[in-house]
Design a protein around this ligand. Structure first.
Ligand SMILES: *Cc1c(COP(=O)(O)O)cnc(C)c1O
Length: 381
């Protein structure tokens, strides 16, 4: 039987045409496709300004510069997260402080933030896991006086209380990596929400120069004015991404339909205590970025993955907790016992979810997962 793949990047069909247009127009940096993508992102999310990047990681690195992080400063973040937000902090000479997550949403726990906050704390970096937002009201309350950066890599078209994720903190970042809902292979964006950071954001983006002001005709030459790097995406990336952004709602609808089918089918697993499903608390709008199950133990999770593989279905898991990773130990510190993080990283499994996954394959995943979860927890007679 054909293998059910874990993820396949989705192609709308318009991308190559736009890439051709970009080439014909000369691939000028900051050209029409970059401007179109940036306007779309700002208008769709309600951000003050969106800047298109070569990667989500690049956007995070720019965010840490703009947050003013320096040697000895601390940034509180979940240990259950992707490594580059920690790297971005460490590159500034600052210290990532790892705390535990809320077991319901696997997101940064505002109580842990309050407990970890100290005189050196300068920023909070929150991940909205799987496109389901953190409890931002509580988090923003715990973060009074600090810079809040949202790693919204998973979150395009996801929201919290009528606001787009990525626009609730001072800064937010998106990723358009090939594993994300909307993709240009590599790509990302920075959302600047605090108007006070806008001017510096443009400088940091343009290699530490005021070239963007020059391009707008506001000054008669441009020069080096601050630190920065080359954070922009090229027009080739922007052109491809434009095809994806135009279809973003349709792509999201398709993902949500698969997510919803899984969620209904696995209600019985949760009911009988064989697995925990994702939770979307009231007031949150998610975007079907990923679907996971949490098995009752580490051996059950590993046996589940093996059983799925035997049934021809690829699954995946993450994250290796940052606090126990080699670089996390070297550069960061930990507050609390991180019990939820340890548990999750050993028990969570992700199921195939991509817009081109046909309904027959979805049903195969469901049948195999229901059987595997019963088998590995020893509850099948
Ligand atoms: C993918 C991802 C990143 C990194 O984005 P890139 O575009 O691959 O650099 C950062 N944070 C999270 C949560 C991610 O999922």
């Amino acid at each position: 039987m054909r293998e059910v793949l874990f993820n396949q990047p989705f192609q709308v069909g318009t991308e190559l045409g736009y890439v051709g247009e970009a080439v014909a127009a000369g691939l000028r940096s900051g050209g029409p496709f970059t401007r179109r993508c940036e306007s779309w992102l700002a208008e769709t999310t309600g951000a003050e300004r969106a800047l298109l990047s070569h990667s989500g990681t690049g956007a995070l690195e720019a965010a840490m510069i703009l947050a003013g992080l320096g040697p000895g400063d601390e940034a509180i973040m979940p240990s259950f997260a992707y490594p580059t937000m920690a790297t971005a902090v460490v590159r500034q000479g600052a210290i990532p402080v790892f705390v535990d997550v809320d077991p319901r949403t696997l997101n940064l726990d505002p109580h842990q933030v309050a407990a970890a906050r100290g005189p050196r704390t300068k920023a909070i970096v929150a991940v909205h896991y799987g496109g389901v937002g953190c409890e931002m009201d509580e988090l923003l309350a715990a973060a009074q006086g600090l810079v809040v950066i949202e790693d919204a890599a998973h979150c395009l078209l996801a929201g919290y209380r009528d606001r787009s994720l990525g626009t609730l903190g001072s800064l937010g970042t998106f990723s358009f990596h090939h594993t994300k809902n909307i993709s240009s292979g590599e790509g990302g964006a920075l959302l600047v929400n605090d108007p006070a950071l806008l001017e510096r954001a443009e400088v940091v983006w343009e290699k530490g120069t005021n070239r963007m002001r020059f391009e707008r005709g506001e000054i008669d030459h441009y020069t080096w004015v601050d630190i920065g790097s080359s954070f922009a995406a090229g027009e080739l990336t922007a052109a491809y991404l434009w095809g994806q952004l135009e279809a973003a709602e349709e792509i999201t609808r398709r993902r949500l339909a698969i997510w919803q089918r899984y969620h209904e089918a696995f209600a019985e697993l949760e009911g009988s205590g064989l697995a925990q499903r994702p939770e979307v608390p009231p007031g949150h709008v998610h975007n079907g970025h990923l679907y996971y199950l949490i098995l009752p133990s580490a051996p059950a999770r590993d046996a589940f993955i093996a059983a799925m593989r035997a049934a021809g279905i690829a699954t995946s898991f993450h994250y290796v907790p940052l606090h126990s990773s080699p670089a996390g130990r070297r550069y960061g510190r930990t507050v609390g016992d991180l019990a939820q993080t340890e548990k999750l990283s050993r028990r969570l499994v992700r199921l195939p979810l991509w817009p081109g996954l046909d309904s027959q394959s979805v049903e195969r995943v469901i049948d195999a997962a229901l059987a595997a979860a019963s088998d590995v927890t020893g509850s099948r007679a």
